[in-house]
Design a protein around this ligand. Structure first.
Ligand code: BG6
Length: 607
């Protein structure tokens, strides 16, 4: 998730406006920045790696001529956060400049094709294929707008992009597919941006660009068309009543609840990962001796869930290990046949990196799953995958957890294919279910948010909570526990339900809240028994169930329903969502700030 901005002014310099707008978009990505402006037939470009303020101190982002320009603040997905990978990207003659937010899935084959006919690429990004494709079409005499439209038909993936060209220096072309894009209509000019934040101080008149639409911006007007049928689209600007701060959260009161609502999009983006990296990592896992899944916090809970996925789908035994205990618990067993799959959204957690370093010294193979390109974990991994969730601002991980599990499930499925242990029909079933997850997540949020508010209100005085699940749902229970403790400061205990009767049940008395995670899988019957055990001792039963599960519904005092059927190994991705929302609304009920929980940090870089 990057931030893009463009402006065409009636008069005055565009660069200072672009710089200021990128600052307001910096929460979307902050590992490199760049601008391009046009003046008297010359394209001016300034870009570098690093935070905007640091880059500005060195290259002065305001000092570029011209009343038209585009800019970008980056969250790296393809190509490390180095200067050459910073946007804008240009064609061979630097006459066309592009800024892009999203993922071009078929960039690799297009790049090979263009290199074969003499194009030279300066970066490792997916984006750079766009200006070169436009260049090819314009060389064939196409005007900029047609060349852009033709290019958009050629690429596949997600994009919000803005393009300028020396040959047509009075306009910006911008277009959208799956990444957000809005136009701002002001007295002094017309703007385009990843979100309203960027131009709110300049104008509160906004036009939302929908998927599959392209717009041409000039200093005093804009025109929109559909990309596929080239139909003109009439849209009047709407007035926006937001403060800047509100806009950064896109109207949500906190980043955490915004990020919970972003999960469907993030899950869709995990379905756009490059096959070659997933296959490569799956091959390493298939050939590995023993496999340790190493992580901290929420990432560890994703590893716990993954150990069920690898066993169930690929008949592959894996050992989830809490990073800070890895050396003590498994250290002496690590050797050249060991493989470490380290999972860390930040890629910078010291405990996880220490475990990885320890294993590397013993010649183990290191694989990495992270959300941060260029992070330390990517630099020590033999193969790594970037999960594409975009920056997560809320300290408590939400969207990165569900995306981690989606990637780990895809990995397990690929190992299963390599090993041929599971029948084609089952593999196809899981594959189609993985594709349905974004939609199920969307429905789950809609169906359960108000219920989460209600349950939080009812149970906010409770001093301690139990979270129970069987099988892979015990991992869901662990994560739900962590969320309630992290942001609502409610002491919570999570246990595999079967184990709860070997001790923890002693805590249960009348009115004691017990949350059960119970998808309709092989454990459904047995977990009903556990519910009865708790109910018999007067516990308040809160259950997360599949829609229409009347049996558990009747046993529950409160329940959250998951619309849609998911195979057992994928259930945590949907079943955790109502419990993320319960924790969030419990924090709200208690007057706490869910984004900045006490004593915690987004990434702990000390051991
Ligand atoms: C903690 C964060 O500091 O680190 C948690 O507060 C997170 O949200 C944990 O799950 C692990 O972080 P990472 O970046 O290694 O996944």
């Amino acid at each position: 998730m990057c931030g893009i901005f463009g402006c065409v002014l009636k008069k005055g310099k565009a660069a200072p406006l672009i710089h200021a707008a990128l600052k307001r978009l910096e929460y979307r990505g902050y590992d490199s920045v760049g601008e391009a402006t046009l003046y008297n037939g010359v394209m001016y470009i300034k870009k570098d790696q690093g935070k905007i303020d640091d880059v500005h101190k060195i290259i002065n982002l305001d000092d570029m001529p011209g009343n038209i320009g585009i800019g970008h603040t980056r969250w790296a997905t393809h190509g490390a956060p180095y200067k050459e990978n910073a946007h804008p990207h240009t064609d061979c003659e630097s006459k066309i400049a592009v800024v892009h937010n999203g993922i071009i899935e078929n960039f690799f084959e297009i790049k090979e094709e263009l290199e074969a006919i003499g194009h030279e690429f300066k970066s490792k990004t997916d984006t750079e294929v766009i200006p070169h494709l436009v260049e090819e079409d314009m060389k064939r005499g196409m005007p900029l707008i047609e060349a852009v439209r033709d290019t958009l038909k050629r690429i596949s993936g997600s994009y919000a992009l803005a393009i300028i060209s020396n040959d047509e220096p009075d306009k910006i072309i911008c277009a959208r597919n799956d990444s957000p894009l809005v136009i701002g209509v002001g007295e002094e000019g017309v703007y385009c941006a990843s979100d309203i934040t960027a131009f709110l101080p300049l104008t509160n008149k906004a036009v939302i660009i929908e998927n599959g639409e392209l717009a041409v911006l000039k200093a005093d007007h804009y025109k929109i068309w559909t990309i596929s049928d080239w139909e003109p689209v009439k849209k009047e600007p709407e007035k926006v009543k937001w403060t800047i701060e509100m806009a950064e959260r896109q109207g949500y009161p906190h980043f955490m609840i915004k990020e919970i609502h972003e999960q469907p999009r993030c899950l869709r983006d995990t379905l756009r990962l490059q096959d070659m990296y997933l296959d490569l990592m799956a091959t390493f896992l298939d050939r590995a001796g023993e496999i340790f899944l190493v992580a901290a916090g929420t990432s560890y809970n994703a590893c716990l869930a993954a150990s069920y996925m690898f066993s169930e789908l690929a008949f592959l035994a894996t050992h989830p290990v809490i990073a800070s205990e890895f050396i003590e618990q498994q250290g002496m067993a690590v050797n050249i046949n060991s493989t470490i799959l380290a999972v860390s959204q930040s890629g910078e957690t010291a405990d996880t990196l220490a475990a990885v370093d320890y294993a590397r010294i013993r010649a183990a193979t290191i694989l990495g799953l992270t959300n941060t390109v260029g992070s330390s974990l990517t630099r020590v991994s033999r193969v790594y995958i970037v999960q594409q969730s975009g920056p997560e601002i809320g300290v408590a991980a939400t969207k990165t957890f569900t995306s981690q599990m989606s990637v780990l499930a895809q990995l397990a499925l690929r190992v299963a294919k390599i090993r041929g242990k599971v029948g084609h029909r089952q593999i196809e079933e899981i594959e189609s279910s993985i594709k349905q997850i974004p939609e199920i997540a969307e429905k789950t949020i809609k169906k359960n948010e108000l219920k989460a508010v209600e349950v939080a209100k009812k149970l906010k005085e409770k001093k301690v909570f139990f979270f129970l699940g069987r099988g892979i749902s015990s991992a869901t229970a662990q994560e739900a526990k962590l969320k309630l403790m992290e942001i609502a400061y409610v002491p919570s205990i999570a246990y595999p339900a079967g184990e709860s009767k070997h001790g923890p049940i002693s805590l249960v008395e009348r009115g004691f809240p017990v949350v059960f995670v119970c998808p309709k899988d092989r454990t459904h019957k047995t977990i009903i028994g556990n519910i009865m055990e708790m109910k018999a001792r007067g516990a308040i039963i809160i259950s997360v169930i599949e829609e229409g599960d009347e049996e558990i519904k009747t046993l529950s005092d409160e329940y959250f329903e998951i619309p849609g059927k998911l195979p057992e190994v994928l259930s945590p991705i949907a079943f955790i969502i109502p419990l993320q929302m319960l924790a969030y609304y419990m924090a709200i009920e208690k007057g706490l700030n869910p984004d900045k929980p006490r004593n915690l940090a987004k990434s702990v870089t000390v051991k």
